[in-house]
Each structure stands twice: as structure tokens, then as C-alpha cells.
Design a protein around this ligand. Structure first.
Ligand SMILES: Cc1cc2nc3c(=O)[nH]c(=O)nc-3n(C[C@H](O)[C@H](O)[C@H](O)COP(=O)(O)OP(=O)(O)OC[C@H]3O[C@@H](n4cnc5c(N)ncnc54)[C@H](O)[C@@H]3O)c2cc1C
Length: 290
């Protein structure tokens, strides 16, 4: 497994594309069919027509609303997630191993990302995820994880408040088709998922590879868009199910459920890993149609 920061990944992808082909600050506000083309409207720029559109506009995708004909927000799954990146020496071997520590309705994960940097995340089961200020976020986290083993409190304390993000865990399952006419969706736009197996970004990258292979194979946009969805659905569905399941087991607050989980999971962890996680890592995105 390779863990890296999003800006580093974006810089690597950016380096492969000509500067002229990227237009930033184009907030898409509408999509319509224009004969054999697609018309796209923007908030502060003139509308333009394209031969085809690939919507990679994230979990609250506007392009998904066009493709499916309905506007659906991802469904909240009952817990908040904070994440941050910090450069620190935790004083133990945390800087070279991936860890996740489970409590009652709470989890804390640590991922080394090189150069003494750690990416961490924390979760807490709650009815709603509310907006708050960066300072309050850090204070709340310190309270929630008081008494948790070292280096958890140290890592939270060392993270600047502005570097702590908070989200609600949400997903949408696999709804409707992923294309209409000459418009398709990929990544979180097609399949927003909870982050428990750390695969959302990976799925988005796989989607783009499979879509490009479909375009090479068919040489025609609509046929490629048609081929893309069925080639991806089984894999994506398995990951959406696995991550939702891990979230519900990991976030349980029932005393009995936590007791049974903590007694059984250590014994069955190798089996769970073999059945649920290993197949995720074995997938070969370069052969999607075989
Ligand atoms: C706490 C947390 C931890 C995670 N950890 C991992 C992990 O370890 N590994 C992993 O693989 N994944 C992880 N994920 C999931 C990952 O972040 C997402 O699955 C991934 O970012 C999806 O990529 P995307 O390109 O489809 O969408 P996004 O990254 O959401 O990008 C969408 C882009 O579209 C833009 N946009 C949106 N609407 C419009 C519009 N109308 N017009 C123009 N532009 C628009 C947005 O500004 C944004 O730049 C995590 C997610 C969370 C919340």
C-alpha cells in the first residue's frame, strides 16, 4: 500500500497534462443536450459546447443529476470523520506502520506518508455532523480522545487547527446508469462512498483508466460510455458494501456489540482481511473487459 498526500498526487497528475488543456475556476451550473453535442453552462464564463462530458465533480455532483434525472445527496451514515496531516516524531514506531485503534463508537487511524509526516483520522458516532470553527474542532477532538493511548493525544495536539478537516460519513450506493447520451460520471460523482477502506480516490483513478481503455477499444464515445459502467459496477459495489460494513461495525456504541466485536475480531481478523480486504488489493484495472 502506498500512502501519499493529495497535493503530491495532484502534482504528479498535473505534470502529465498540457497547461493549455486545463481551465480552472469554471463552476459548472448546468448541462443540456445540444444535438449531437453537449452544452455546458458556467457561473462566471460563457457556455460552451463539447463532443462529450466526463463529470468528475465529486460526491454532490451536478453532472450526476443530469445523468440520473434526479438530485440525490449522499446519505449520512451516523458518524463524523476528522482528518489531518502533521509532521511530528511520535517517539515510537508509529512513523512506519499503519494503525487503527477502536473504541466504543470512536476510532483513530494513523498512516505514515513519508518525510516524518503522518496522516491521521478520527471518527465519532453521532446523530448529525455540525459545522464548527477550526479551534473548536481541535478542542473537541482532544476531549473525545482524552485517555486514549499514546501517540493519539500527542498527534492531535501537534496538528495546527487549520489543518484539521471534518466531514460526515456518507454514501449513496450505486444508483441509476452512469451515462446519458454523451455525458458520463466517474469517481465520487458516480459512487460516493464512506472512507473506511481508503479506496475512494483509488476507485476514481481506476475509473479514469477503465474509461480510457473503453474509448481505445470502441473508438466511439457513446459505446465507450456504455461499456464503462458494467465493467466497473461489480468492483465498486463490493467496495461500497465492505466500507459501509466496516463503518457500522467500527462505529457501534452498543456495549454488547462492542464486547462481542472486541472478543471475536482479533481471532477472525486474518480471515476478514483475506475475504474482504485482500480481493480489493488484487484487482487489475488494466484488464477490465476480460
Ligand atoms: C475523511 C476522508 C478520508 C479519505 N481517505 C481516503 C483514502 O485514504 N484513500 C482514498 O483513496 N480515498 C479516500 N477518501 C475518499 C476520496 O477523498 C474521494 O473518494 C476522492 O477525492 C474522490 O475523487 P473525485 O475526483 O471523484 O472527487 P473530488 O476529489 O471530490 O473532486 C471533485 C472536484 O470537482 C469540483 N467540483 C464540484 N462541483 C463542481 C462544479 N459544479 N463545477 C466545477 N467543479 C466542480 C470540486 O471542487 C473538486 O475539485 C477519503 C475521504 C474522506 C472524506
Amino acid at each position: 500500500m502506498i500512502c501519499m498526500r493529495r497535493p503530491e498526487l495532484l502534482a504528479m497528475l498535473h505534470a502529465q497534462v498540457s497547461e493549455k488543456s486545463i481551465c480552472v475556476a469554471h463552476n459548472c451550473t448546468g448541462i443540456t443536450t445540444a444535438g449531437a453535442k453537449v452544452a455546458v453552462e458556467f457561473a462566471a464564463q460563457d457556455a460552451r459546447t463539447f463532443d462529450a462530458v466526463i463529470g468528475a465533480d465529486g460526491a454532490k455532483s451536478l453532472v450526476r443529476s443530469y445523468v440520473t434525472g434526479v438530485t440525490q445527496e449522499p446519505v449520512y451514515r451516523g458518524y463524523s470523520i476528522w482528518c489531518g496531516v502533521v509532521v511530528c516524531d511520535p517517539g515510537d514506531d508509529s512513523s512506519n506502520r499503519i494503525q487503527e485503534i477502536w473504541g466504543s463508537g470512536r476510532r483513530f487511524g494513523i498512516l505514515p506518508i513519508g518525510k516524518n509526516a503522518l496522516c491521521w483520522y478520527a471518527t465519532d458516532t453521532r446523530g448529525k455532523t455540525q459545522e464548527d470553527s477550526a479551534d473548536n474542532r481541535k478542542l473537541e477532538l482532544l476531549n473525545l480522545f482524552t485517555g486514549w493511548p499514546s501517540p493519539i493525544p500527542e498527534i492531535i495536539r501537534a496538528t495546527p487547527p487549520r489543518d484539521i478537516l471534518k466531514n460526515g460519513a456518507a454514501d449513496l450506493g450505486l444508483r441509476g446508469p452512469w451515462f446519458k447520451h454523451r455525458v458520463t460520471i466517474i469517481g465520487d460523482a458516480a459512487h460516493p462512498l464512506t472512507p473506511n477502506v481508503g479506496q475512494g480516490c483509488c476507485l476514481a483513478l481506476e475509473d479514469s483508466l477503465v474509461l480510457s481503455l473503453a474509448l481505445q477499444k470502441t473508438g466511439e464515445v457513446e459505446r465507450a460510455f456504455q461499456l464503462f459502467g458494467p465493467a466497473r459496477r461489480k468492483r465498486v459495489a463490493a467496495i461500497v458494501r465492505a466500507t459501509r460494513w466496516i463503518g457500522s461495525v467500527g462505529q457501534s456504541r452498543s456495549k454488547a456489540a462492542v464486547f462481542i466485536r472486541d472478543q471475536l475480531l482479533p481471532a477472525f481478523l486474518p480471515l476478514v482481511f483475506e475475504l474482504a480486504v485482500r480481493p480489493i488489493h488484487r484487482y487489475d484495472a488494466t484488464k477490465p473487459f476480460s
